[in-house]
Ligand binder design. Structure first.
Ligand code: WQD
Length: 322
């Protein structure tokens, strides 16, 4: 297929672009490089520097005869979204409306969208499946949920078929070492630990050790970015084959604590990685894990690289060079 990947120079987008290329698809990346990086681009993929706010440019590109588009162009810092909702409204919501309208106008029938476990909010039960109530705790999660609702309407009114992929905690780097761009000012746990391991920051702050978890630190479902990328290919294959939309969790179904990850990172890097317990971060649940049963059953998707050692080793391979 010929695929337009919007946000394809970012951390997840570049892994997704790589996977579509590996599976023999033709890829064009559209990215404004606000957080995406030129070094995350591949020579086999056509690159267009552009913004989703620029509708004429987006439409011109979309009219290039694509079979499908993958949309990963979004701001994703949950904490920042609570302070700067305007930024998230404009980019995540307005930007997506532009993409949807361009897809309609250019007659692109299929769309894969990066959604998030943030749509669920505080878990009412674990593991979280797709039937779990959606009640986002931050504005970022709200933007993702709103977009899922737009997608439902555009499907009904305009016939677009979509896959909305609710990512849990994306982590790790390409297992073949082909992607090495560092995220700028990361707030997520594993890149923060990696920065501390290679001396880019002094210490890791552990946000609370008094949760009702085995070691008291927060437990999350970390999903390797290569596994996530494979989920995109499987999802597009499914919606294009069966002409049926879907909303699906992508997670490893394994809970890892902050403490476990710190210890694994110390073992694998051989670095001391100073860490200090600080207060809980507002809005953080103690534990969040996915049920990925639906992805297994409908997409035949199972994670291959989401064990703790592969998550940390592939990250350390990239960070150790800094
Ligand atoms: C993981 C664990 C923290 C940093 C966020 C978004 C979510 C989704 C994934 C995109 C928690 C602890 C973290 C640190 C720490 N994003 N932690 N010190 O909060 O589970 O999810 O990213 O869709 O929407 O909210 O991920 O990596 O920030 O935190 O102790 O410096 O690590 O408390 O237990 P989170 P995270």
């Amino acid at each position: 297929m010929t695929i337009l990947i919007i946000g394809g120079a970012g951390y997840i987008g570049s892994h997704v672009a790589r996977e579509f290329l590996d599976q023999g698809h033709h890829v064009t990346v559209y990215d404004n490089l606000s957080s995406g990086l030129r070094e995350n681009l591949f020579p086999e993929a056509h690159f267009i520097h552009g913004d989703i706010q620029d509708y004429p440019s987006l439409l011109r590109v979309a009219q290039g005869g694509f079979d499908a588009l993958v949309h990963l162009a979004a701001y994703k810092a949950a904490g920042e979204s609570m302070v700067k909702p305007e930024k998230y409204s404009l980019n995540n919501i307005n930007g997506t409306v532009h993409i949807l309208n361009a897809a309609v106008e250019a007659k692109i029938p299929f769309m894969v969208f990066s959604s998030s476990a943030a749509v669920y909010g505080e878990p009412a039960y674990l593991p979280v499946d797709e039937k779990h109530p959606t009640n986002p705790e931050n504005y970022y999660g709200f933007t993702k949920l709103e977009i899922e609702r737009f997608l439902g309407w555009y499907e009904q009114l305009k016939g677009i078929r979509f896959a909305s992929l609710r990512y849990f905690n994306a982590a790790g780097y390409d297992v073949h070492g082909r992607i090495t761009g560092l995220e700028q000012n990361p707030a997520n746990l594993i890149p923060v630990i990696m920065e501390a391991a290679c001396g880019m920051r002094a210490e890791v702050q552990v946000f609370g050790n008094d949760y009702a978890t085995p070691d008291g630190t927060g437990v999350r479902d970390y999903i390797h970015v290569n596994d996530l990328a494979a989920g995109h290919v499987a999802a597009l294959d499914h919606i294009s084959r069966y002409k049926q939309s879907l909303i699906v969790n992508l997670g490893s179904e394994t809970g890892l604590s902050v403490q476990e990850i710190l210890e694994a990172a110390r073992r694998i890097s051989g670095k001391p990685i100073p860490a200090r317990i600080v207060g809980r971060r507002p809005g953080d649940p103690g534990k969040l894990t996915a049920s990925a049963q639906y992805a297994r059953e409908t997409l035949g998707w199972t994670p291959r690289y989401s064990d703790i050692d592969t998550l940390i080793k592939t990250s350390w391979e990239v960070y150790r060079k800094y």
